[in-house]
Design a protein around this ligand. Sequence first.
Ligand code: CUA
Length: 302
Amino acid sequence: MQSTLHPAGPEATEVALLWWVMFGASVFIMGLVVGLIAWGLTRATGRERFAGMPMIVGLGIVFPVVVITPLIVWSVDITSRVRAAITPAVTVEVVGRQFWWEVRYPGHGIVTANEIRVPVGQPVELVLTTADVIHSLWFPEIAGKLDMIPGRANRMVIQADRAGTFRGQCAEFCGIQHALMALVLVAEPPDAFEDWATAQSQPPPPPEDPFLVWGRDAFLAAGCGTCHAVRGTPAKGTFGPDLSHVGSRVTLGAGVLPNGIGPLAGWIADSQAIKPGNHIPAFNTLDGETLRAVAAWLESLK
Ligand code: CUA
């Protein structure tokens, strides 16, 4: 569920509480205003009304000041508290790109994409930058949104209070596929996170199955390594997502497809039909069996 009203982290919990209180206040004031309008419309005319100065001062000045001042003070206090300096357990660099997310763990030597793994219950620092235009990272269940702006690094500390997979979304229009620029936050128990980090920091083992060897060789022959890196192979491109462990990810194409050999083969053959305007050319010249071998090899990279 991608909803700010379903919080799973301390920052989102504060934001959700603030939202409910402001919603309650708005409903109360709306009811009051509608009630006063109804009262004014149904009163007999020609008599002295409760109007004039007391009404203007009471409902026009005193009431808004009394209601709005504490809400402003409270929301400013929340804003400063949720972005306070906290020593993080893990630092993750997230780079916004048209139209996907590069994710790096400098302390672990990991480069991945469209998926941020974190240990449950621990503060994680996100360092947000962009390789092209302005994007904005938002996991509604975890924290507020923060922009990724050219020429600067924005920082936020998030925490997931329960294990699970939380969907996030680019929240700043960044081009034709802005709406299909999603990612997931996978929160796991700390030991599962460490196992994942250890596996991701290693290059994938070379394939032994002849079908997978064929797939790897076809991947390299088609020039995929110009844009993509697979550690342990000559593929060293940095323009597209690092595919060293692509088979372990939850989604493909920044949240547009479930991960699997079939969806991956379709994505390689014609991603422009699935996500028009992304930067991958269609590899529709590969024959079906070669395409399947390439997808099978990539999916074997866990
Ligand atoms: Cu990236 Cu919108």
